[in-house]
Design a protein around this ligand. Structure first.
Ligand SMILES: Nc1ncnc2c1ncn2[C@@H]1O[C@H](COP(=O)(O)OP(=O)(O)OP(=O)(O)O)[C@@H](O)[C@H]1O
Length: 125
């Protein structure tokens, strides 16, 4: 018996899909604009005040986390809208829980960044 395993996508095709997903989310989601602008400000400010290299790496992890969670939140919103256009408590719960995930990570990221900035500025004075 001959098996025809599902052809694995080429790496480059997966990459194209991911880029297309990001571009679509970027076009449609205002929150993603705000997060990317905030990320640029944070990186520029961090370079200006000369935070340590390891702290800069932490900042990149936090920015990556917030943007990735926002993309997952967008994906969940799309799936919910695909499943139902009606008002439903479970649809609300799914969307609000996904939004809460972004919120938690963003708040914790902001607190960590505040510690990094205050620590750097105190160390310099
Ligand atoms: N099908 C639905 N049933 C019940 N409540 C919903 C439904 N769709 C959205 N909501 C609720 O309506 C509000 C707005 O949802 P919406 O899908 O517009 O996302 P949003 O809050 O505008 O998020 P974003 O700005 O990230 O797109 C949220 O509180 C959400 O939980």
């Amino acid at each position: 018996m001959v098996h025809h395993p599902r052809r694995h996508k080429q790496l480059i095709e997966s990459f194209k899909d991911a880029i297309s997903g990001f571009v679509n989310a970027f076009i449609q989601e205002r929150n993603l604009h705000i997060q990317i602008v905030a990320a640029i400000f944070v990186i520029v400010f961090s370079l200006i005040i000369h935070i340590h290299f390891v702290e800069l790496l932490i900042v990149f992890v936090l920015i990556g986390g917030v943007i990735s969670l926002e993309l997952m939140n967008t994906a969940i919103e799309r799936v919910v809208d695909l499943v139902t256009q009606e008002q439903h408590p479970m649809a609300k719960a799914a969307k609000d829980t996904a939004a809460a995930a972004v919120w938690w990570f963003s708040v914790i990221s902001a607190v960590i960044y505040l510690f990094i900035v205050v620590g750097t500025l105190i160390g310099q004075s």
